[in-house]
Design a protein around this ligand. Structure first.
Ligand code: GTP
Ligand code: MG
Length: 173
């Protein structure tokens, strides 16, 4: 099981829909206009077939207070932030630190996604990363952490996300 977490509106549902599209067409062809999404109230289970079946469980941002009830059986964690909105950085960072310090997630592999890189932003990506001291967070965490800059809207970086999921779930879904 792969958990997909992050604040509301960062783009988790769109990412899952895009990953389904990309995996089903083997990376070929244009993605086209993004399908509409609604805020996820509750949880959203999606199977992605990338060599093997990987189940992704998105938890709506509004479910933040009870995310921890879903940590069991989590092999990998996708944590998404909105790269176009630096005002959310500190709140997302607190959420991320909470996840990384959880005993139940100590063995999980973590991919931190900076989404919406298609949008203009007044702060450079490197500035945002250093503002939350991301290199220190990665160095101190028990988990194996990777980062990626993506656009679920345009499809940028989605092949990387799929490859990471495949590598992480190579043995036993
Ligand atoms: N420009 C741009 N917009 C995006 C991108 N990813 C998602 N969005 C838009 O952001 C809005 C929220 O996306 P969702 O996927 O519903 O967000 P979510 O993280 O699932 O939100 P919750 O379910 O409420 O936690 C939608 O209008 C998406 O089309 C992106 O990469 N670029
Ligand atoms: Mg959602």
């Amino acid at each position: 099981m792969c958990l997909l977490l992050g604040a509301t509106g960062v783009g988790k549902t769109l990412l899952v829909k895009r990953l389904q599209e990309v995996s089903s067409r083997d990376g070929k062809g244009d993605l086209g206009e993004p399908p509409p999404t609604r805020p996820t109230v509750g949880t959203n289970l999606t199977d992605i077939v990338a060599q093997r079946k990987i189940t992704i469980r998105e938890l709506g941002g509004c479910m933040g207070p009870i995310w921890s009830s879903y940590y069991g059986n989590c092999r990998s964690l996708l944590f998404m932030m909105d790269a176009s909105d630096p005002t959310q950085l500190s709140a997302s960072c607190v959420q991320l630190l909470g996840l990384l310090s959880s005993e139940q997630l100590a063995e999980a592999s973590v991919l931190i996604l900076f989404n919406k890189i298609d949008l203009p932003c007044y702060m450079a990506m490197e500035e945002m990363k250093s503002l939350i001291r991301l290199p220190d967070i990665i160095a101190c965490a028990k988990q194996n952490i990777t980062t990626a800059e993506i656009s679920a809207r345009e499809g940028t970086g989605l092949a990387e996300v799929l490859a990471w999921l495949q590598a992480t779930h190579r043995v036993n879904g």
